[in-house]
Write a protein that binds this ligand. Structure first.
Ligand SMILES: O=C[C@H](O)[C@H](O)[C@H](O)COP(=O)(O)O
Length: 260
């Protein structure tokens, strides 16, 4: 009996399930963070249990580390792994060049380090994450708590100097207190609406004192697996374009749904 999933969760699930097909025995895999990545971690745990694969996971957040251990994935740190075969992660937006905005869940720093330490990055996303131009989703920028208001003012001044219009920067909150990342930092969300020069913006943001990293992932992603609420899956490769379009039969996933 399948669990009663909403269309958005079905979309995330089918993307995640298709993406774990890329995982082979003996691989070291970067494990992303967020609701879509959580489906992937569960699917990975499932194939490890069912097929006895020897997979080592490097999580990108404490949340993902806890989930990975719970589903039976052998978890090590990036420094122990040193280099990864593959990272599978979600995204907040992706464009036609497979450039991304990430960090909606506040894990962008570890995610960027882990993704860039991988031979390949596969992004899993529901169809709604595709955009013509990045920027409708607020761009997360991680800053150290010391002097964060100064960093915020410098970011705003920089955006004005770059002629970025409609900008507005907010400190991410968790109730009444600032949201704190796994590294003990804060997140500033840049409400830009449309980013016209992502490369320049990324470089300039990272030069502001106090900024640790920003959520633009440029030239990092190799493949996007896009899920639809009706079970459709499209695989888009950075070099080859759309390489696969399929539709998953949900009845085939009954056992997996029951386990999740
Ligand atoms: O910090 C969080 C990550 O970048 C997530 O991968 C991103 O926010 C997408 O999350 P979700 O799959 O929940 O939409």
């Amino acid at each position: 009996m399948p669990m009663d999933l909403s269309p958005i969760d079905k979309a995330k699930f089918v993307a995640a399930k298709r993406a774990v097909d890329y995982v082979e025995d003996g691989m070291r895999v970067g494990l992303g963070t967020g609701s879509t990545a959580a489906w992937m971690v569960r699917c990975l745990g499932e194939i490890i249990r069912e097929e006895g694969l020897n997979i080592t996971g490097v999580p990108t957040s404490s949340r993902t580390a806890d989930l990975a251990r719970n589903v039976g994935i052998n978890v090590i740190s990036l420094d122990e792994a040193k280099w990864l075969d593959l990272t599978i992660d979600g995204a907040d937006e992706f464009d036609a060049d497979l450039n991304l905005i990430k960090g909606g869940g506040g894990a962008l720093l570890q995610e960027k380090i882990v993704a860039t330490a991988s031979d390949r990055m596969i992004v899993i996303a529901d169809v709604a994450k595709e955009v013509a131009a990045l920027g409708a989703f607020p761009l997360p920028v991680e800053v150290i708590p010391f002097g964060w208001q100064t960093s915020k003012a410098l970011i705003e001044e920089t955006l004005v100097n770059m002629d970025v219009l409609g900008q507005n920067t907010t400190l991410r909150m968790n109730g009444d207190t600032p949201f704190v990342t796994d590294e003990g930092n804060y997140i500033l969300d840049l409400h830009l609406r449309r980013i016209s020069n992502a490369r320049q913006l990324s470089l300039v943001m990272n030069q502001v004192p106090g900024v640790v990293e920003n959520g633009l992932f440029l030239d990092i992603c190799d493949v996007v697996v896009i899920g639809g609420g009706d079970g459709t899956v499209e695989v888009r490769d950075i070099n080859e374009g759309t390489v696969e379009q399929d539709k998953m039969d949900f009845t085939e996933s009954d056992n997996l749904f029951a386990d999740l």
